[in-house]
Design a protein around this ligand. Structure first.
Ligand code: ADP
Length: 483
């Protein structure tokens, strides 16, 4: 079992206190590197989730809102608590997710960055009066908190994903009911321990519920006291939330699946492209929504690029992330492992060939999937059509710019994309042609707190990060004054 001063309670947190778990229902949390159960966490009932919503409602202040200074202080306190505890929060994150320790601690820094950004830009949410005086009135625009928000997060960034949502919600003055993924609730409990100890937020401002998604999702979707949900996860669940909230016309912020194209033209710096692809593709074990999923390489440089990738991949180490100098940890669970294996098998059966990695039959037991590169991938293969969510690099060849823009867009998703070329005009044309919310030019970097990030098409609605993200949790209210 995991021991940590940040995990003394393994229960929910409602109305400013830890819950008792009187019914005694729990679920197991595993370390994916060892398969061991490391904690038993309270699984909450419908009535507890309702209590969390009621607690949120009691913390919402409309007629005498929390001042900008008060909200800024909450954000700064959370930022500082995360920074001061980055090693321990990162250790917990590493143990329940599996990503290498350094990467896990880097994710805590990334999370602190969102609270920092919102604290520095919160003034943008202040009311302002517009310079014109149409209709003989003075027009003031106020940014009101949407209300109690449901924040639902996935397991792949256990602290990063909540930081994006919670920083903007608190900046807006919105209380929240937070549900982490059942694979990674411990990092969230650690965050709540820090907020409980190091911030002076009113009771009910932040509430933690854990357990069955169907139970928690039902209350959050059906309660008229929750006017907004912010969700990161699969497109399938995102669609369900749209349907289940349609009657109440809830405000939704959705960050859903991706199928990122990574395009390498023949005039690209191939070493830089290979380095960036490795950093992008293997972050989080390949289990991020911005990981390159289809690698389009110009046919003239395909062999050379494949060799560069193989050289790098063959040097990577795979193992338990807690040991420090490991490049790649385990996949999150057996279903995740089996999906990557199925994608590899399917591609090889349909004519792709292995450039680096192991044959499916040699993968062995456990959740450690070696970094793998395949080439001659075509459109009917599973790894091209679906998000693999694992350390498989599928290369497909192309000839022309038009062809690769069309191929890149040949997916219902539109989250992240990347283009590597030395030609600035081409880069501009390709970025404009790709219907993706993020398009890296000569970089494989993903989001940052300072810039908006989100999806087009079936990858979602809304943005997180940047000023756009800050405005997600407010409603503009316009007050024209006649006299
Ligand atoms: P992933 O593939 O990353 O696990 P999911 O969409 O299945 O993505 O889950 C993301 C988050 O959404 C998790 O916290 C999960 O428990 C939660 N979730 C799943 N189904 C529902 C639902 N019907 N209502 C609310 N939350 C849900």
């Amino acid at each position: 079992m995991i021991e940590s001063p940040l995990l003394e309670k393994l229960n929910g947190y409602i109305g400013g206190r830890w819950t008792d778990n009187v019914q005694g229902n729990t679920f197991d949390v595993y370390n994916p590197a060892t398969g061991d159960v490391i904690a038993k966490v309270a699984s909450m009932s419908e009535s507890e989730v309702e209590d969390a919503v009621a607690a949120g409602k009691s913390a919402l202040r409309l007629t005498s809102p929390y001042s900008i200074e008060t909200r800024r202080k909450w954000l700064e306190d959370i930022r500082d608590a995360l920074k001061a505890n980055r090693e321990e929060v990162g250790r917990i994150l590493c143990m329940e997710h599996g990503k290498p320790l350094q990467e896990a601690q880097g994710e805590v820094d990334y999370a602190a960055g969102f609270f920092d950004y919102c604290s520095k830009h919160i003034q943008a949410l202040d009311a302002h009066t517009i310079p014109e005086k149409p209709k003989d009135c003075t027009w003031t625009v106020h940014y009101r908190p949407v209300g109690v928000t449901g924040l639902i997060t996935p397991w792949n960034f256990p602290i990063g994903m909540i930081a994006k949502k919670l920083s903007a919600a608190l900046a807006a003055g919105c209380p929240s009911v937070i549900k982490p993924a059942s694979e990674t609730p411990l990092t969230m409990i650690a965050l709540f321990t820090l907020m409980d100890q190091h911030t002076d937020m009113p009771d009910g401002m932040v509430n933690l519920v854990m357990g069955k998604a169907s139970v928690i999702g039902k209350v959050l979707c059906e309660s008229p006291d929750v006017p907004m949900l912010s969700f990161t996860g699969s497109t399938e669940v995102g669609r369900k939330l749209i349907q289940d909230t349609a009657d109440q016309v809830k405000k939704l912020a959705l960050e859903l699946g991706g199928n990122a194209p990574f395009i390498v033209f023949d005039d690209a710096d191939l070493d830089a492209a290979a380095d960036n692809l490795i950093a992008n593709k293997f972050r989080g074990g390949g289990q991020t929504c911005v990981c390159a999923n289809r690698i389009f390489v110009h046919e003239k440089v395909a062999d050379a690029f494949g060799e560069k990738l193989a050289e790098r991949v063959n040097k990577m180490t795979v193992g338990d992330g807690i040991n420090g100098d490991v490049d790649l940890g385990p996949l999150i669970n057996k279903a995740g492992f089996d999906k990557v294996k199925r994608h590899l098998e399917d591609a090889l059966e349909q004519g792709a060939s292995l450039v680096a990695g192991k044959q499916p039959g040699d993968l062995g037991d456990g959740l450690f999937f070696p970094p793998t590169v395949i080439t001659d991938v075509t459109r009917d293969m599973c790894c091209y059509r679906e998000e693999t969510f694992g350390p498989l690099v599928p290369m497909a060849l192309f000839r022309t710019e038009e062809e690769v823009i069309e191929a890149g867009n040949d997916t219902e998703f539109g989250l992240a994309s990347y283009v590597f070329t030395g030609d600035a005009e081409r880069a501009q044309r390709v970025a404009a042609g790709l219907r993706f919310g993020h398009c890296g030019w000569n970089t494989g970097t993903g989001p940052t707190p300072e810039a908006p990030f989100g999806g087009m098409k079936a990858s979602g609605i809304g943005r997180e990060g940047g000023l756009e993200g800050l405005f997600e949790f407010v409603e503009a209210q316009t007050v024209p004054r006649g006299f």
